[in-house]
Design a binder for this molecule. Structure first.
Ligand code: GLC
Ligand code: CA
Length: 539
């Protein structure tokens, strides 16, 4: 048994979850595409890093019009990644290594190649017609003003049956109709297929979009549209919440499974909306992403405020989670501006010591940065559509940098996206040998987290509320009291310790490690971070 697995250790709450973009993690058969055997090969790396679970972006069969978020079969594996027996093997080996496996699940839409849509679009009286959202209009007017998240109208006219169908994303991703019971029953059966296989949970893609207005009313004007997501008619309607509750009931029939919702909340971020999907803490999602840290400039006060807000909004019985990077947005490190590597280590200490489950996006632990592509090299259709204004999402999806050999050790073949040129010095093999590397920083704090119940589940209490440069908070559990102090600034800052004797148990700067009890006033070097422990009588 792992060290951290005390009796009430709840893996999804107290552990660290690692997000793998399967196409870019490790290519085992040299076709330039990452695959399941590649992930299997790298399980020892994940064990060494110390993560408790992996979440895989979609690995189902797909025409890949939206990189696998357009699924054409929910109970199989895409040939690009392997087959079901590879998946079973991955699941077994991961479980042996005490790593849980979370799948990505897209419930809002399918691919237009999915047999359900093929049937639904075949005629207006097909039994599956209403499994999708069709609307006939008198003339050729659009049914309403809803926009696709990927630009233009959310309605596509289907000539053969002379009606529009709804697609919240690309037109190759028709939206399912969650008012249809027989569709839901079938969908839930397919979810149970994975639960029976032993999958530990799901990350639910755009889960708040499931419930749409029955009357298909127009969305409000553009200003309110941008800032008041709650007033939109194409998402967050009561049905979204209802389906989430039904799903929770289903999942609860299986022990120890988890539901994590993607509630994409555009800037400035809306923690209240996120929290609303956690219900009473027991009847809805286990966790939901809050993207507000994504949109904050590098400023201690701004970060602090969004953390405080989330901590306050989350229902007392529910649990928060934190994320700095994902496959849709710029990598966290690229948003930090000047001195990004130093800042990314401060951010790592923050992420891994807050009260809430940390999600680490593959390569983040190396300080992998965005790639930039010429027009011809772009793969993401969104980038193709909006170039040069927006270059799409490829930037944060480049192959994992394993070592300094060809293609960063990801593959011997030209990969589906180029490896970042910095792989010669930003890679796993080299960083393992450098004590203060990003990788060793992640490893060390994760290790510390495993040993400390305060970090895993303790209370969170700010020492400073909203300083411009410093974030400092306590994490406490029973008689353990830790104090995390982070200097966001490029300048040294004076810091006053609270009452009691504190000593350093971890510092981002090596020479500060395990120092003697600290002076009441001590100087925080630029971009430093400390985990301090209060001395108690019996120490
Ligand atoms: C989510 C995914 C994104 C995808 C979209 C549509 O936001 O993270 O990659 O394109 O949903 O499924
Ligand atoms: Ca491959």
């Amino acid at each position: 048994m792992k060290e951290q697995q005390y009796a009430d250790f709840i893996w999804w709450k107290h552990g660290v979850i690692y997000h793998i973009y399967p196409r870019s993690f490790k290519d085992s058969n040299n076709d330039g595409i990452g695959d399941l055997p590649g992930i299997i090969e790298k399980l020892p790396y994940l064990v060494d890093l110390g993560v408790d679970a992996i979440w895989l972006s979609p690995i189902y069969p797909s025409p890949f019009k939206d990189s696998g978020y357009d699924i054409s079969d929910y109970t199989a594996i895409s040939q690009d990644y392997g087959d079901l027996s590879d998946f079973r093997l991955l699941l077994n080996l991961a479980h042996e290594a005490e790593i849980k496996v979370i799948m990505d699940l897209v419930m809002n839409h399918t691919s237009d190649q999915h047999p359900w849509f093929v049937e639904s679009s075949s005629s207006i009286d097909n039994p599956k017609r209403d499994w999708y959202i069709w609307k006939k209009t008198k003339d050729t007017n659009q049914p309403n003003n809803w926009k696709s998240a990927f630009g233009k109208s959310a309605w596509e006219f289907h000539e053969p049956t002379q009606a529009y169908y709804l697609h919240s994303f690309f037109k190759e991703q028709p939206d399912l109709n969650w008012r249809k019971k027989d569709m839901r029953i079938q969908f839930f059966k397919e979810i149970e297929f994975w639960l029976n296989l032993g999958v530990d949970g799901f990350r639910l893609d755009v889960i708040n979009l499931l419930g749409k207005d029955r009357k298909l009313r127009n969305n409000p004007s553009i200003f309110r549209f941008l800032f008041m997501e709650k007033s939109w008619f194409n998402r967050n309607r009561p049905r979204s919440y209802k389906i989430v509750k039904k799903l929770r009931k289903l999942i609860d029939k299986y022990p120890n499974r988890v539901l994590i919702g993607e509630i994409y909340n555009p800037p400035p971020g809306d923690s209240q909306l996120v929290a609303s999907y956690l219900g009473n803490g027991k009847d809805s999602l286990h966790m939901a992403f809050d993207f507000s840290l994504f949109f904050k400039r590098w400023e201690a006060k701004k970060f602090y405020k969004s953390i405080e807000k989330l901590q306050n909004e989350i229902p007392s019985k529910a649990w928060p989670c934190y994320v700095l990077s994902n496959h849709d947005l710029s990598r966290g490190i690229n948003r930090f501006g000047k001195n990004k590597f130093e800042k990314a280590r401060v951010a790592a200490m923050l992420l891994l010591t807050l009260r809430g489950t940390p999600f680490v996006y593959y390569g983040e632990e190396l300080g992998m940065t965005n790639i930039s592509l010429k027009r011809d090299a772009i793969v993401d259709p969104l980038g193709k559509r909006f170039w040069p204004l927006y270059k799409g999402r490829d930037k944060s999806r480049s192959p994992m940098q394993w070592n300094a050999s060809i293609h960063g050790g990801f593959s011997y073949q030209t990969p589906w996206l180029p490896v970042n040129e910095n792989y010669a010095f930003v890679n796993v093999e080299d960083q393992l040998n450098i004590p203060t590397s990003m990788l060793n920083t992640y490893k060390a704090i994760i290790k510390l987290r495993k040993k400390s119940k305060s970090l895993q589940k303790g209370k969170w209490k700010p020492l400073i509320k909203g300083d411009d440069q410093i974030i400092a908070y306590f994490r406490t559990n029973k008689d353990e009291k830790l104090l995390v102090v982070l200097n966001f600034s490029a300048k040294s800052k004076e810091f006053k310790l609270p009452k009691g004797n504190y000593f350093t148990i971890y510092s981002l700067l090596k020479d500060f490690e395990n120092s003697k009890p600290l002076n009441k006033n001590f100087i925080l070097p630029p971009f430093s971070g400390f985990i301090l422990k209060k001395k108690t009588e019996n120490q």
